[in-house]
Write a protein that binds this ligand. Structure first.
Ligand code: 6MZ
Length: 357
């Protein structure tokens, strides 16, 4: 990786639309948490260390890793800590608008409800100190201090439904999202192990969410389940993630529906969902000017960053600085926020373009 090119990618303002909170935790934090639980005898530290340090994992192994990460992170104070760190990490590499997604978790044994999990997330957001964060749709709630001249960043939340969940549990998450709209929750994501669960289980909750005006993004086509992919496209979500394993007919449907695609290059390669970067579907979508946005997915788990994803796209597909800058800027069109935010972000990019291209 060319250092100067990577630094340029860092300096470009960027929009991150597909980042899972627990997949974006720093390795150093995971190790620290594992050491504490190791000392308590809850886990064996060296086992955890081996799993975290492993570089290439199949999609199946990734979900085993998430179960482990959740053991390390899921108490209120740790959720608060990782939220703060993850937002600050994105801010540090010039992400100016972040949609962070997470699965609200209930754990009766520690008195955690989906709401209290999300309250812990919100506390982490309010604790961010390296940038001023705007997280309310009305633009009223910020952690801005009077007269601050710090960098500003927009943060919005998507609540994820895990494919292991029941219809009732999915509905609970949607109701929570509605309850938390004033706190920056803008939509719902469907994620989790793609070979688990059925589309029909989540559909009632997703339909309800859509009717209530929440935005919807779906993990779609991480495995070649064409029937499910077709049903998902017919649902007309506002965006989809991945879109790796489409047959020709579904690919045509996706293109004609013009549903924006969240592209996660490193994730797709590391999990072997796509066998090699030069046959990645980014190329086809990009050539056809299909709406797409580069994203990290799980920057911690896949040891990447949004700047690295841009750098990878540039070096793999031969895109120059002007194209890369345009790719970053066009993502504004696909965010789940109002026109005021879009206008403000466009102004930020206009400022930056003079210096960077
Ligand atoms: C599908 C994924 C994922 O929600 O606990 N998740 N779901 N495909 C992927 N591609 C590799 N990466 C992450 O963050 C972790 C959760 O996000 C989903 C999984 O459900 C995982 O447990 P939160 O913050």
């Amino acid at each position: 990786m060319n250092r100067e090119e990577l630094e340029w990618c860092v300096s470009v303002p960027k929009v991150e639309l597909h980042a899972h909170l627990n997949g974006s935790v720093r390795n150093s934090t995971l190790f620290e948490l594992a050491r504490v639980l190791g000392d308590k005898g809850v886990i064996v530290f060296s086992d955890v260390e081996n799993v975290i340090m492993k570089d290439d994992r199949t999609l199946h192994e990734v979900f085993k890793l998430f179960d482990l990460i959740h053991i390390l992170t899921t108490d209120h104070s740790t959720v608060t800590r990782i939220t703060k760190e993850v937002i600050e990490d994105f801010a540090a590499e010039n992400v100016v608008y972040l949609e962070l997604r997470t699965t609200p978790k209930r754990n009766d044994s520690i008195g955690m409800s989906k709401r209290s999990y999300m309250d812990a997330v919100m506390e982490g957001l309010r604790a961010v100190s390296s940038v001023d964060v705007d997280y309310s749709p009305a633009g009223l709630k910020t952690n801005t201090f009077n007269g601050s001249t710090r960098k500003k960043m927009y943060v919005r939340f998507l609540l994820s439904i895990d494919r292991r969940e029941s219809t009732e549990a999915a509905m609970e998450t949607v109701k929570l999202a509605l309850e938390m709209r004033d706190l920056g929750v803008v939509g719902i994501d469907l994620s989790g192990n793609p070979i688990v669960g059925n589309w029909s289980t989540f559909l009632p909750a997703l339909k309800f969410a859509k009717e209530q005006g929440l935005y919807i993004t779906l993990h779609c086509g991480e495995v070649p389940n064409q029937e499910e992919i077709k049903a998902m496209i017919d649902f007309l979500p506002h965006r989809i993630g991945h879109a790796c394993c489409f047959d020709e007919e579904n690919w045509r449907k996706l293109k004609s529906a013009k549903i924006p695609v969240e592209i996660c290059l490193t994730s797709n390669i590391r999990t072997e969902t796509i066998s090699s970067i030069d046959i990645h579907h980014f190329v086809d979508l990009y050539k056809e000017k299909h709406p797409l946005v580069l994203c990290t997915d799980d920057s911690g788990v896949f040891s990447t960053s949004l700047s690295r994803e841009y750098n990878l796209a540039s070096s793999s597909f031969g895109l120059g600085k002007t194209e890369m800058f345009q790719l970053a800027e066009i993502a504004i069109n696909f965010i789940f926020a109002d026109d005021g935010v879009k206008t403000d972000l466009r102004a930020t990019f206009e400022e930056a373009v003079k210096k960077l291209t």
